[in-house]
Design a protein around this ligand. Structure first.
Ligand SMILES: [Zn+2]
Length: 99
């Protein structure tokens, strides 16, 4: 269902449903396209089947340092904090697993 994801009110088919990175191609059409996000490494149709899964992946990714899956594609001036704020994602401290 289009628009099922809570992190944006205007879902962009080319945006990673986990981290919002522009995939440069649709991660989903009517069907998942199994595109792997170079930024967070989530696979469309595997890690983002619903909002809860996408959110859990996002939290794990951030907790792990927000490292680029395809490090060679990481923009030189990229920062996790500014990326999250640009795509309108925020994560509260309470969402992180306690260690
Ligand atoms: Zn992503």
């Amino acid at each position: 269902m289009a628009g099922a994801y809570g992190w944006t009110t205007a879902p962009d088919a080319d945006a990673c449903r986990v981290c919002g990175w522009d995939l440069g191609e649709p991660g989903w059409t009517q069907e998942p396209q199994y595109v792997i996000c170079p930024c967070c490494g989530a696979e469309a149709g595997v890690d983002d089947l619903d909002e809860r899964m996408a959110r859990a992946y996002l939290i794990r990714w951030i907790a792990g340092g927000g490292r680029w899956f395809a490090a060679a594609e990481r923009p030189a001036r990229w920062s996790l904090t500014s990326h999250l704020s640009r795509v309108g994602l925020s994560v509260s401290r309470a969402e992180f697993p306690r260690s």
